[in-house]
Design a protein around this ligand. Structure first.
Ligand code: HEM
Length: 119
């Protein structure tokens, strides 16, 4: 498959993941059923990002550079954010800032190591 297609899937995955996180943030913790759909959206986003990320890695023959491992760790943290959100472990504003910060770091790592934009 064309790497460009993987990149589009990567970006669609990002949209879906952050939509899921946003929806989780506004779900009622007292109603577990209200978490079901947002949790599914969150999971689908994670999967799309992971699959397309590894698709890009294979197509562009990138090996396992440290920036990609860092992105994997960030993806893991964004996946784990669901537990934090469900338990209301931190004030919402802290979770918003944390998630935006992590997403921004991952986007910067993708952009600054891009074979396409910075060959
Ligand atoms: C929340 C997590 C992530 C964000 C926000 C993110 C963001 C991005 C962005 C913005 C790009 C585009 C760079 C460009 O302009 O060309 C990109 C490319 C890429 N991402 Fe991710 N990404 C994430 C997770 C991952 C993961 C987990 C992997 C690996 C499994 C991965 C592997 C890649 C690869 C291989 C590229 C292509 C780099 C290139 O063009 O040479 N990403 N990512």
């Amino acid at each position: 498959m064309d790497p460009g297609i993987y990149k589009i899937i990567h970006f669609v995955g990002l949209i879906v993941l952050f939509l899921g996180i946003g929806s989780l943030m506004t779900s009622d913790p007292k109603k577990p059923a209200s978490f079901r759909l947002p949790a599914m959206i969150h999971g689908i986003g994670l999967l799309l990002i992971l699959v397309s990320g590894f698709g890009l890695q294979a197509k562009l023959k990138l090996g396992f550079p440290i920036w990609m491992i860092s992105k994997l760790v960030i993806l893991l943290a964004l996946g784990g954010s669901i537990a934090l959100i469900k338990r209301r472990a931190l004030p919402p504003i802290v979770i918003y800032i944390l998630v935006i910060f992590l997403g921004s770091i991952a986007a910067y790592l993708g952009f600054s190591n891009s074979m396409v934009l910075r060959p």
